[in-house]
Design a protein around this ligand. Sequence first.
Ligand code: NAP
Length: 240
Amino acid sequence: MSKIALITGASKGIGAAIALQLAEDGYDIWLNYRSDDEGAEKTAAAIREAGRECTPLKFDVTDEEAVENALAPLLQEEVPYIVVNNAGFARDSIMMMMSSDDWNKVLQVHLTGFFNVTKPVVSRMLRKRTGRIINIASTSGETGVAGQTNYSAAKAGLIGATRSLAVEVAKRNILVNAVTPGFIETDMVAELPVDQIKGQIPLKRLGTPQEVAGVVSFLCSDKASYITGQTIAVNGGIHT
Ligand code: NAP
């Protein structure tokens, strides 16, 4: 089994915490990001500090050709044991005000991005007969959130894709699961009314990226060897 984990959107936030946690678990990291060179270098330095190798991979997950160009040479040499599809963003507005661009971009980053990155890796995992795929979805994919029809559709779609892919690849010992964070302290929530939101969360606080990373670490471990096709919530009780 290779000790490599590919994580998309790992220059900051939840992806960076997952990359660091998996490095601490003993994996070398293929670190994808789109634009934040400084954030990616900081995360890479922390991974190297933890004693693991880091290969930064700057590409947009929605660009099939860019994904292929970045991954194909690496995949000829090695196949990651873990893929974490984490890259993403929201473009919130009520449906009546939503542009088709905001609809399309959000679906593309979460769904097409998942497809573009997972397909070339899973085809090689199938030959190795081992692997773990973790998709970072959201509470918004499980329950209604006003202002997020695009994001909810994308994340609910990702949960559906998780279930179907899990059934497809189970006989080759590849496990596929989704993690659904609630409100997590990252740039993504920086502009939200955090104090008001905290009041609605049963645990009365936002989650940390490390709390999401801990669940991903578990799902990638031997302890989770009989879990596949599942959606694990990390949401402080905001959706039960
Ligand atoms: P974040 O801090 O804004 O980080 C997003 C990461 O995704 C960055 O590394 C960014 O890269 C990367 N990214 C965005 N678009 C990309 C693209 N097209 N191609 C490659 N990389 C791309 O956000 P976060 O809060 O950590 O969110 C991470 C994931 O968790 C997302 O899928 C998000 O939907 C999900 N999530 C977050 C929360 C939350 O409360 N924070 C809750 C539920 C789910 P650059 O910065 O380098 O461009």
